[in-house]
Design a protein around this ligand. Sequence first.
Ligand code: 4AD
Ligand code: MG
Length: 468
Amino acid sequence: MSGRVLLKELFNNAQSYIDQEVVVKGWVRSVRNSKAFSFIVVNDGTCQDSLQIVADANLPNYSALSSMLTGASVSISGKVVPSQGKGQTIELQAINGEVIGNVDDSYPLQKKGTSLEHLRDIAHLRVRTNLFGAIFRVRHALAQATHRFFDEKGFFYLNSPIITAVDGEGAGEMFKVSTLDPNKLPKNDKGEVDFTKDYYGKEVSLAVTGQLEAECHALGLGAVYTFGPTFRSENSNTKRHLSEFWMIEPEVSFATLEDVADLAADYVKYMIDYALTNCQKELDFLFNMPFTDVDKTHFETLKHVRDSKFIKITYTEAVEILNNCGEKFEFPTAWGNELQTEHEKYLTDKHFKAPVIVTDYPKDVKAFYMKLNDDGKTVRAMDVLVPGIGELIGGSQREEDLTKLENRMDQMGMDKSGYWWYLELRKFGSVPHAGFGLGFERAIMYITGMSNIRDVIAFPRTPNNCDF
Ligand code: 4AD
Ligand code: MG
């Protein structure tokens, strides 16, 4: 059968299709039989809405069609007619149809409700539910929004390497990459593993960031952004951590922390606006779902965030707010401590009830590459915190002074040798520059209201979990 029309096209131009003959192909969501006809509901993944198809009992292969089970794939031709049913403008009066791929009753996505936990176990199929269809269409839209936003601003897209010889964050949370046989490891004179025999002749890992390479390209192309997979072996079994996630990292030359704080706010607003414009049906579905942490009012919340200025406070001001708020926290809020999730949540969910940009953290809680403030105690860092999620973005102005950067790396006990190229940026035409990293899955969580990061990435990787 030719002349296939996608459901998105069909619903978007419903009036012009009335009385036309079309072919639709997709997966059966339900079949309801009565004496004279069958109602078959089909979704093809292109949009939130499914098409109701009325198959008359005297159709050529009615028995095959009416006995289909949920999950089967079909091709059905028919005439588009106005629908009597509520919530839909059109339906299809079937003329002919064929079952493409049948299922048996062991198909795990039956009509009855199921839990998100169970759906994670069948991640190869969960995208066929209305819920995950919505999430992954929103994910796609936010990726498109990202490329559009940075392209419109003149940034160049950099594909930073995934295999790397340096720890870009200096946090030691890297997955090793090796072709050595773990049962027959070559040893050197000292009895240590001899990595000179390994594939690259040295120890290498999966990248925890593309920032250092982005800095190289920013100091030649002016402004760049990366958008790629990021790997961290931190043992955090939380609703906000993955060991493989996607990060967007813009890096800008001749820029300060203030410049990238504004860029970060603009980017978040752009994504919100893009989702509100392009994913209305998906968001409407998600905000009416018991599975999300949000309800219909999330539309207003998102619009408000899109239309208002982000609040900006320093770390020191944040600590003052936390110390004076009368709230009992599990972790102490003394100056110098890292802000914990509970503190971030207090600031965004209770105190400001809005996203907050916190700047100028103590140097000891942040990475080696951040620019030291004149006070000698704090660095030009920022975290963008959002309600319900906590940290969405981490960024900073970079230390562009070679001596200061080397001193900091020495203080932190880092082996500088592998970073020779990074340090050379400070020797050859160094400029003030700044950037940030946005956790893509956290952005999807924030916008969709989904409360577990495992539900916004296709095949999540977390400690003890690497199926599919
Ligand atoms: O704050 P982070 O560690 O910053 C960097 O990686 C810098 N190199 C960014 C830069 O300045 N270019 O990570 C940035 C963001 C976090 O704010 C968070 O949203 C996300 O990445 N993130 C994670 N998302 C999911 N799972 C994890 N384990 C994450 N770790 C960080
Ligand atoms: Mg961070």
